[in-house]
Design a protein around this ligand. Sequence first.
Ligand code: CP
Ligand code: NVA
Length: 321
Amino acid sequence: MALKTRTAKFDLLTDDDLTPYQAVALIERAAALKAERAAGKPHDHLLRGKTLAMIFQKPSTRTRVAFEAGVAQLGGHALYLSTNDLQLGRGETIADTGAVLSRYVDGIMARVHKHEDVVALAAAATVPVINGLSDLAHPTQGLADMLTIKEHLGGWRGHKLTYVGHANNMAHSLALAGALVGLDVCIASPAIAQPHPAIIQRAIAIGATTGATITVVDDPREGVAGADIVYTDVWVSMGQEVSPDVLAALQPFQVNDALMEYARPEALFMHCLPMYRGQEVTAEVADGPTSVIYDQAENRLHLHKALLVETMSDHVDSIFA
Ligand code: CP
Ligand code: NVA
């Protein structure tokens, strides 16, 4: 039977480029690929002959390795391109870079400082573009985290994730990804480090269709009350400067045993990594019995593979058909 062909290229710039149906189907594809790998069932035909270009304006451990290993497991080839390896570092435009790379490769993953850069790249590229982290969002992490939550809690509905700390790219992606799958998300951040209002409005609108509630508070204890999952991220993101005022305001938002007392018993602790033990989270919580940080890191691999299969493979009925 003929496979359904994609009608247009799909770009993942923020989590909400997916519909709720597509987000759940993508996570199910990731779980299926994970099960195949665990069973030793090869799937290296899925991207045979395909190439992914990976542009990095900032460092990476998980994103780079999980994409590169994932492409290899699917039978394709991934190219690591730091800004300094590209003419981008000498002032070639993002648009020219996207247009030219599209003549060679089947997909582009880009980690950029400014979100506008990944938007410009996607506009110029004729192949799918995946945001591997920008200052606005980190969609591959947010979506992979939904797989981790499903594995540990059995599903999303009726569960509450509280993000505590600086309301950065990670907070934005969790609000959007949670809204897509029906997970309640609360963001607890100081008044001077709150999330982008347009992102929250968008997440609330999606949540209205999936049954998820999206809330923002400025009190960490109020936010964590009744949470099934407590999530935090660094107070200073890559390439950013945070004023002493913001750092001072963040002190009560450290995730420690005292704050975890307000969450549900056995609440999961999550962090996208890298982390700074002793700043946004204590080592006791980060390395405690309910921490799932390494499961999160592993699930990047499976989610990335699912995304590449859905956007680039000629061997599946794509969710973007
Ligand atoms: N979580 C994450 O994206 O990690 P890296 O910065 O190591 O890619
Ligand atoms: N907020 C962090 C996430 C790193 C994966 C950063 O942007 O540096």
